[in-house]
Design a protein around this ligand. Structure first.
Ligand code: APR
Length: 177
């Protein structure tokens, strides 16, 4: 039975099996958590990402999917890169796509024997997804694997600010109710 924990931390500092990156479809880096992860991992990360096959010109990871690379200089063993939806008001299927980011990241984690994994608040920065709605999806998808025979023992919902952590913690309590 896996546990779900809300933490406040810089995800690049976590010495766990896998951290999830909120990337873009090129997988060649960007700002936000993507930029922080690439900076901390060092130059080998973008080389590994560039080596991943393009499914379309400049697209190595379509929105809603995930890819895995080593963590290189990060304390985490792996980086699971996923591309969240851009928030367009909520009627363009964003919720299902965001749920897919968690599900696909957890599927890849299982395939690689990952026991503990940390997610940032995917799509809640540049991509503009409302934090409360995104937190509900994150908690629901983390709960879903609690009822499977997964190797994942710990899911960390890693917030970068205490306001976000407060929302995530409230979601976790509500969901448990
Ligand atoms: N550790 C943990 N969380 C972080 C960190 C960090 N070091 N840095 C930022 N965050 C948080 C942000 O506060 C936000 O809540 O990660 C969440 C996701 O924000 P973004 O990084 O902006 O990601 P997203 O909204 O998914 O936008 C992705 O931004 O950086 C580009 O290349 C990226 O095009 C992609 C887009």
């Amino acid at each position: 039975m896996s546990t779900i924990e809300v933490i406040e931390a810089d995800i690049t500092t976590l010495g766990i099996d896998a951290i999830v990156n909120a990337a873009n479809e090129t997988l060649l880096g960007g700002g936000g958590v993507d930029g922080a992860i690439h900076r901390a991992a060092g130059p080998e990360l973008v080389v590994a990402c560039r080596a991943l096959p393009q499914v379309r010109p400049n697209v190595r990871c379509p929105t809603g999917q995930a890819r895995i690379t080593p963590g290189f200089r990060l304390p985490a063993k792996y980086v699971i890169h996923t591309v969240g939806p851009v928030w367009r008001g909520g009627s363009a299927g964003e919720a299902e796509v965001l749920a897919g980011c968690y599900r696909e990241s957890l599927r890849i984690a299982r395939e690689h024997g990952v026991r503990n994994i940390a997610f940032p608040a995917i799509s809640c920065g540049v991509y503009g997804y409302p934090l409360t709605a995104a937190a509900a999806i994150a908690v629901r998808e983390a709960r879903a694997i609690q009822h499977t025979d997964t190797c994942v023992a710990r899911v960390l919902l890693c917030c970068f600010a205490d306001a976000a952590a407060g929302i995530y913690r409230r979601m976790l309590r509500t969901d448990r109710a």
